[in-house]
Write a protein that binds this ligand. Sequence first.
Ligand SMILES: [Zn+2]
Length: 92
Amino acid sequence: MAIEVKNVMEMFVDQNLNSILDEIPGVCRCEQCVADIKAIVLNSMKPRYVSSSRGEIISKLSAFGQDNKVELLYVVKDAVDKVKSNPHHAAR
Ligand SMILES: [Zn+2]
């Protein structure tokens, strides 16, 4: 079985970012803003690398998600505010 090195924090953010953004009114969902939000979130959350087989990574990810869901919510809200006050998307 192949062993992989993965940042479960990034997988966790990927898994949950869109559904969290769905809950926050008025978020710009253009590619640029979503990428900016994701970068700020990943910089704010501590990376957590694991070296495991794929199946083990998935089970670690779900335990990890339970522990970090509330923090992720706060960090995403904060990132949304930052991007909103200084958006990088082209003016329309
Ligand atoms: Zn935008």
